[in-house]
Design a protein around this ligand. Structure first.
Ligand SMILES: [Zn+2]
Length: 95
């Protein structure tokens, strides 16, 4: 089941994430990747998720989340770049 993450829009494996924690009476579920879910739970408590950050839009609008997104996309580019650099480097002694 391929579904884009509701928070970062990457096509990565997602699982249902309770936008409002279920223990606080939430029923809305958005597909969320592990990176976003990790970040959301490290950044906000269940009470904050219930009272303030209770929709995908409100979480995306927060500056901490935007910073996390920039970091997330940089990590992906960095990994790709590093793999290409390493290949060039192993070739250098033979030039
Ligand atoms: Zn995500």
């Amino acid at each position: 089941m391929d579904e884009a993450c509701a928070f970062c829009n990457r096509m990565v494996p997602t699982r249902g994430h309770h936008v409002v924690p279920r223990c606080k009476g939430g029923r809305d579920i958005a597909p969320t990747c592990h990176s976003c879910e990790d970040f959301i739970h490290k950044t906000w408590t269940h009470n904050e998720l219930r009272d303030t950050f209770n929709t995908v839009e409100k979480i995306q609008a927060d500056s901490r989340f935007q910073k996390f997104l920039r970091w997330l996309f940089k990590q992906q580019e960095g990994t790709f770049f590093r793999i290409r650099r390493n290949r060039n480097r192993t070739g250098q002694p033979y030039r």
